[in-house]
Structures are given as structure tokens and as C-alpha cells.
Design a binder for this molecule. Structure first.
Ligand code: S3P
Length: 180
């Protein structure tokens, strides 16, 4: 590993629509690392879409699957350097913090103003937790306190393209090390 390579796994978190998957893919491409999208992993393991899991089994069952697949993704990330994109709710579950911390990587909050998020998510049918504007804003407010516990925060709103956001992430994570 080169001196200023970021720590692995590089964990992206933030609200739905913040660009975790798109930016994550771009980062993995630039770094030559493996990319893991937690939502995709859950869908593969369950043999069902996220929307179907929510509809048929409920949110609590989804969170169980999410926790299980997170542990498995973090385990796999020990074998190869990985960019891991979480789901919007993953880091809002307290029990997921310790395994992420123990994996020894870096957490990055992709911060996008809620107005941008509303615009980005409005037309998306595949997000079971996007019901209406008021509940979207309330959920966002509630989760901000969790997201702000990430080691680093990167501005990802205002129409910044994925390449620009990736560059900002790389600038911050290179040379970043956890406090001893
Ligand atoms: C969720 C966000 C989704 C997905 C699931 C739950 C949430 O991921 O994990 O629908 O709780 O905010 P994205 O953030 O990728 O949309």
C-alpha cells in the first residue's frame, strides 16, 4: 500500500439519494479497489428487491438482514481493499457502529442538503421509506445526528457530479488515520 492510500474499507454513508452508490463506484474505479453496495448484497442474499423485503417482511426483518450482510461485507473487506456503500439507514442503527469501527477503515458522510435530496428522490419508486415530504424531512433530521458521527464529512450537494465528489473524498481520506 502506498503511503497516502486511504484506509480500507472506505465506508460511505448518508441519506437516501446522497450518491453513496454512484460515488462509491467511482471511488473504487479510481483507487482500483473492490466496490460493495450493501443494498445490492442484501437483495442478492434475500433473492428479493429491497422494496419487496419491506413490503413482505417489514422494516425490522430488513434491518436484521442488513446487519447480517454488513458483518459479512466487512469480513470480505478484510481480504481485499474495498469501498463500501451503506444504505441510508445502516449507520442510524447503533449496533452497526462497532463492527464498522472494528473493521479499521474510515467512515465518510456524504452531506447533501435536504432540499437536494427531496428533488433527487421524488421520482424514485424503489425507496420504501420515501412516503411523503414531511416524513422524509423528519427522518432526515433524526438521522443527521448519526451521520455526523462519521470520521469525515464531504459536501456532496449542489449538483456536484460524482467525479467532483469523489475527488473531495480522496483529498480528505488520503493520509487520514484513526486517533490512537
Ligand atoms: C433505506 C435506504 C435504502 C435502503 C432501504 C432503507 C433507509 O438505501 O437501504 O430502502 O433506511 O434510508 P439508499 O440510501 O441506498 O436508498
Amino acid at each position: 500500500m502506498t503511503e497516502n492510500a486511504p484506509p480500507s474499507p472506505l465506508v460511505l454513508l448518508g441519506f437516501m439519494g446522497s450518491g453513496k452508490s454512484t460515488v462509491g463506484r467511482e471511488l473504487a474505479r479510481r483507487l482500483g479497489w473492490h466496490f460493495c453496495d450493501l443494498d445490492e448484497r442484501i437483495e442478492k442474499a434475500a433473492g428479493a428487491t429491497i422494496a419487496a423485503i419491506f413490503a413482505q417482511r417489514g422494516e425490522a426483518a430488513f434491518r436484521e438482514l442488513e446487519h447480517h450482510e454488513l458483518l459479512s461485507a466487512l469480513g470480505a473487506a478484510r481480504q481485499r481493499r474495498t469501498v463500501l456503500a451503506l444504505g441510508g439507514g445502516t449507520f442510524a442503527q447503533e449496533r452497526n457502529h462497532e463492527p464498522i469501527r472494528a473493521a479499521g477503515g474510515v467512515t465518510v458522510f456524504l452531506e447533501v442538503p435536504v432540499e437536494d435530496l427531496l428533488l433527487r428522490c421524488a421520482g424514485m419508486a424503489n425507496r420504501p421509506l420515501f412516503r411523503d415530504e414531511a416524513s422524509f424531512r423528519a427522518l432526515h433530521d433524526y438521522r443527521l445526528g448519526f451521520y455526523r458521527q462519521a470520521a469525515l464529512t464531504v459536501a456532496a450537494g449542489g449538483g456536484a457530479p460524482p467525479g467532483v465528489v469523489s475527488e473531495r473524498v480522496l483529498e480528505q481520506v488520503r493520509g487520514w488515520r484513526p486517533a490512537p
